[in-house]
Structure formats: structure tokens, C-alpha cells
Design a protein around this ligand. Structure first.
Ligand code: SPV
Ligand code: MG
Length: 292
């Protein structure tokens, strides 16, 4: 089964499934080793790891370069956070072509304007895309894909931008009709009020994806009960790595020594294992001329 088919299986399964954020080849590999069945290539995490803002400051080809490393390092499917598709329908369909070439299983696009701003910054002043324009973008993406299983998720930002349930449902249905394989309904409330209202009206129409970053205290059982298809743990590898790096940098800076840190970091052998150094050793035996 190829990666796109694996992602389709996760989205279409009757169970609640989970994918985990990664932002480079190493974090992607760790997500796979942990046991997750899929990876969220998060826009905020990739941009932050590149040292820039989540405002399309990294170009789409720079994001593609990161994805290529992530895809090469893993066998589980990657769902790209494709922001707004990096332009109009034409940019978005070219994105699909390039993602398929890199074996990326799917992309999620959000109904905002390019250049985008992260949903948790000035959310109420964020403008939504015109519905027809966004539907045209989704159609162009679906018409472009070669692999029938490639996934296009449509992300509804109506709640984020301060519109109500009616607008959220109207947009979700329009995107569903336009051919989106699933709808991501985003909310920045600390409870699930908006998600619950939405799910009640939506019932079982089409797979629903959520990002519970802000309503993290909700027991996962509730997502099961609501009939959610896929939950995205969206930025936690990035955030924990920031913790770890700030701590270790501070300690080494203050101590001017490594005495107190060695036992708190992974061994260099663990780094080599993750890089698959053994595989290269074996390949050298096979392909290099024998050493005298
Ligand atoms: C991301 O991970 O970049 C997302 C999810 O888009 S969020 O930051 O919650 O909007
Ligand atoms: Mg994002």
C-alpha cells in the first residue's frame, strides 16, 4: 500500500486516528519509530524550525525541500499543512503535482488569504477566502492529482475568524461538494463547544479532522464519542525541543562545562542509530573495493 493509500485508510477508518507533528527528517523519523501511523508536517513548526514566522516567509519550495527529507526518512504517510495553497488555484495545483513527486500523501489547505497568519494570532481580524474561489482551488487540486488516493483536506477557519456555526457549516458543505476528502474544523476555544455544535449538525456526512491544541484538556474519549476521524497533535515535537534546547544551552553557557549535561542528553550513538550509520557500513562492505 502506498503512502497516500495509507493516509486515506486513516481518514476513512471508522476509528478515531491520530497523527503527530514533525518538522524535519529527524522528528519525522522519531514520530514513525514511536508508532504513529502518520505525520503532520506543521506549518508553524517547519517555519519556526527554519527561524522564520508562520506567515509564508519560507517559500513553498523551501517547505518542499524540508518535506523531501521528511519523506525520505520515513515510511508512514505525511499530511502537509499547505497553508492557503501558496497562491491561487494554479499555485495550489502545482503544489499537488510537486507533492506527489515527493511521495507526500496529502495536503490540507485553509480558507484564508495568502500570505497567511497563524490561526492563534489576531484571529478575529483574519479574512476568510471567498467560498467560490476556495472551492475552485479544491477542484483544481483534485483534478490534478495522479494518485487516486492523494488526500486534500479543506480547513474551515470560520470559528477562528469569529464567524458562527452557520458559516462554518455552510463552508464545510461547500468544500465537501467541491471534492475535499475531509474537512478540518478548527477552533481556538479552550473547550469543545464549537466542535460539539458543529459535529451535531454535521452528523456523519464526511470525515472530520481536528487540531485540539487549545482544547488540550478534553479527554480523547470525547473525540471518539463525537465521531471525529482524525486528531492532529500539531506542534508538540517543536515545543518540547525548544524546552530542551533552551535548558541545555543555558546550562552549558552558565557552567562553561559539559560535566552536568552528559547524562541528560542522548548518546552520540543514538544519533548515529537514527541516521542509520550501520546501513552505510554494510553498504560499504558490499560496494567499496576490499581494503588491503
Ligand atoms: C500548524 O500546525 O501549523 C497548524 C495548526 O496550522 S495551528 O497552529 O493550530 O493552526
Ligand atoms: Mg499551520
Amino acid at each position: 500500500m502506498d503512502k497516500a493509500a495509507k493516509l486515506r485508510q486513516l481518514i476513512d477508518s471508522k476509528n478515531l486516528e491520530f497523527i503527530m507533528e514533525a518538522h524535519n527528517g529527524l522528528s519525522a523519523k522519531i514520530v514513525e519509530e514511536t508508532g504513529f501511523k502518520g505525520i503532520w508536517a506543521s506549518g508553524v513548526s517547519i517555519s519556526a524550525a527554519l527561524g522564520v514566522r508562520d506567515n509564508n516567509e519560507a517559500s513553498w519550495t523551501q517547505v518542499l525541500d524540508v518535506l523531501e527529507f521528511m519523506s525520505d526518512a520515513t515510511t508512514i504517510p505525511i499530511l502537509l499543512d499547505g497553508d492557503t495553497g501558496y497562491g491561487n488555484f494554479n499555485n495550489a495545483r502545482r503544489l499537488v503535482k510537486k507533492l506527489e513527486q515527493r511521495n507526500i500523501a496529502g495536503v490540507c489547505i485553509e480558507d484564508k488569504l495568502f500570505p497567511k497568519t497563524n490561526s492563534f494570532i489576531n484571529s478575529k481580524t483574519q479574512q476568510l477566502a471567498d467560498i467560490n474561489e476556495f472551492c475552485g482551488k479544491l477542484k483544481a487540486m483534485k483534478d490534478t492529482q495522479n494518485n487516486k488516493d492523494f488526500i486534500v483536506v479543506a480547513r474551515v477557519e470560520a470559528f477562528i475568524a469569529g464567524w458562527g456555526l452557520k458559516e462554518a457549516l455552510h463552508r464545510a458543505e461547500a468544500y465537501h461538494q467541491a471534492g475535499a476528502d475531509a474537512i478540518l474544523i478548527h477552533s481556538m476555544r479552550s473547550d469543545t463547544k464549537e466542535i460539539e455544535l458543529f459535529m451535531k449538525e454535521w452528523s456523519d456526512r464526511h470525515p472530520i479532522v481536528i487540531v485540539p491544541t487549545k482544547y488540550y484538556s478534553t479527554p480523547t474519549k470525547r473525540f471518539h464519542e463525537l465521531g471525529i476521524s482524525l486528531a492532529i497533535w500539531a506542534n508538540h515535537n517543536l515545543r518540547t525541543s525548544i524546552n530542551a534546547m533552551q535548558k541545555i544551552s543555558k546550562q552549558i553557557y552558565e557552567d562553561k562545562s559539559l560535566i552536568h549535561v552528559e547524562r541528560n542528553v542522548v548518546t552520540i550513538e543514538e544519533v548515529f542509530r537514527l541516521q542509520e550509520v550501520e546501513e552505510l557500513k554494510e553498504a560499504e562492505k558490499k560496494y567499496l573495493p576490499p581494503q588491503e
